[in-house]
Design a protein around this ligand. Structure first.
Ligand code: DLL
Length: 434
């Protein structure tokens, strides 16, 4: 498969580090001169841009957390006047004010380059017909991926999220070969196809670019099986750009990171201390080329590991393991730490469990109560009651073996767990103050 930009994607690691250092120095000088928040933070630490002499000196810089971005709402972190900003997006926060991010024309050009790399790594070429099923909105997913795909020269169908039957009609009539959406929406499309008698596997669709939310290997297999495609994962976040930060090549062995535009660190989420290659921790990102909305050491809260070993595809960029959990979505239930992704992994190991689930946590007196609602295949749902009891027990045992907690497993009718065209909601924690 062709590599979109071999000059950068296959650069020697030594050259890459030299480039990163030059860009880091320029970014620190840029924010020091232009963003009052960063100037104050740097001055408070007695750090001047000229103190950054090596990549390790990134540790002299302050971390940036969501709070700083919220407190400066809406445009306080912009490093250029609004006249030079040509696009604004915002994060997908569900409560309160969102985090607002801006792009100069140069930033949009970089973003397009990086999403072109992601699509190209997944195997998309000018010959492809790509169907967009991400929202075109303040969300970065739709617009971000759109321009990269256009730059490759593929034909894009900008349908946006939702209206699943229309998506299926387009897939059949337009000969779509690639689909772009969240993994949970891909599964929903598969489900509607099955219900309406559309055989997606017989269509030309061959590859999916999925991102925006976590999904495990079990989910991937399910998507690949039901849609008959190669499913690739890509990652990003609005605060640093949107999609385009990292993405899998067709070998599916970690997400290639755009290291010429971002400096990645893995830190201990508790202490903020750097961790070694291969150790799991929180991903921290410093932008190296952003003009309108640069960030220093942004705490993503996403947990992963980094691997710099060469990939068979020929790209020299480091790869991050699929993100399965965020530090802030860890549930503590009866003193046990549980990530929703662990429960998903347990469920996906059981034949007959559909990939739609909801974790509900309640407090019953002093005790936390974990309920896992699952949908089961029609065949199992219509079985005799005794079988259902045995099935529920097997699921509960599997959950116990993975997370060490007894869960109440509730079987719900197929189709009753909420489907979404965007990011799936997997957890309702009723212990949290509303
Ligand atoms: O979700 C950007 C994006 C859109 C990436 C489309 C890929 C495709 P936000 O709405 O700001 O931005 O949400 C960012 O979503 O910190 C992760 O927790 C999660 N996330 C995004 N992609 C993945 C992924 C976009 N592939 C937050 N795997 C991030 C796991 C992901 N989590």
């Amino acid at each position: 498969m062709p590599i979109w930009n071999p000059e950068y994607e296959c650069m020697s690691r030594e050259e890459l580090r030299a480039l990163q250092l030059r860009r880091l120095q320029a970014t620190v000088a840029w924010v020091y001169d232009r963003v009052p928040y960063y100037r104050e933070q740097l001055e408070a630490r007695g750090v001047h841009p000229k103190d950054v002499r090596s990549l390790d000196d990134v540790r002299l810089l302050p971390f940036t957390d969501k709070t700083a971005l919220r407190d400066t709402y809406p445009f306080g972190m912009f490093a250029v006047p609004l006249d030079e900003v040509v696009r604004v997006h915002s994060s997908s926060g569900t409560t309160g004010k969102p985090i607002v991010v801006g792009y100069t024309r140069g930033d949009l050009n970089t973003w397009t380059e990086l999403t072109a790399r992601i699509a190209s790594a997944a195997g998309v070429t000018a010959k492809d017909r790509v169907q967009m099923a991400f929202l075109y909105s303040m969300f970065t997913g739709g617009w971000g991926m759109h321009y990269g795909i256009e730059r490759i020269g593929a034909t894009i169908f900008p349908a946006g999220a939702g209206n699943t039957e229309r998506h299926l009609m387009m897939m059949q009539d337009f000969g779509t070969t690639a689909l772009v959406c969240t993994p949970s929406y891909a599964l929903y499309i598969a489900e509607v196809a099955e219900q309406t008698g559309v055989d997606i596997k017989s269509l030309p669709l061959r590859v999916g670019l999925f991102g925006g939310e976590p999904s495990g290997e079990g989910m991937r297999e399910e998507i690949e099986r039901r849609l008959g495609i190669l499913a690739t994962d890509n990652y990003g976040l609005s605060e640093v750009m949107g999609p385009g930060v990292s993405g899998e090549c067709e070998h599916q062995c970690g997400l290639h990171m755009a290291e010429d535009h971002f400096l990645f660190e893995i830190v201990d989420p508790e202490t903020g201390e750097p961790l070694d290659e291969g150790e799991e921790g929180e991903l921290v990102i410093t932008t190296l080329t952003k003009e309108a909305f640069p960030v220093l050491r942004y705490r993503t809260h996403d947990l992963t590991t980094i691997d710099t070993s060469p990939c068979v595809c020929g790209r020299t960029s480091a790869r991050m393991r699929k993100v399965r959990a965020r530090t802030d979505d860890m549930l503590i239930i009866r003193g046990v730490n549980v990530f929703p992704s662990q429960i998903e992994d347990a469920l996906m190991q059981i034949e007959g469990v559909e990939p739609h689930y909801l974790i509900v946590v309640n407090r019953d007196g002093p005790m936390d109560d974990l309920e896992v609602r699952i949908e089961v295949a029609e065949a199992i749902f219509s079985d005799a009651m005794a079988d259902l009891v045995g099935f529920t027990r097997r699921v509960a045992e599997k959950i116990y073996s993975v997370v060490g907690l007894h869960a109440k497993v509730t079987l719900v009718e197929p189709g009753t767990i909420e489907r979404t065209a965007g990011k799936a909601r997997r957890v309702i924690d009723n212990r949290r103050a509303e």
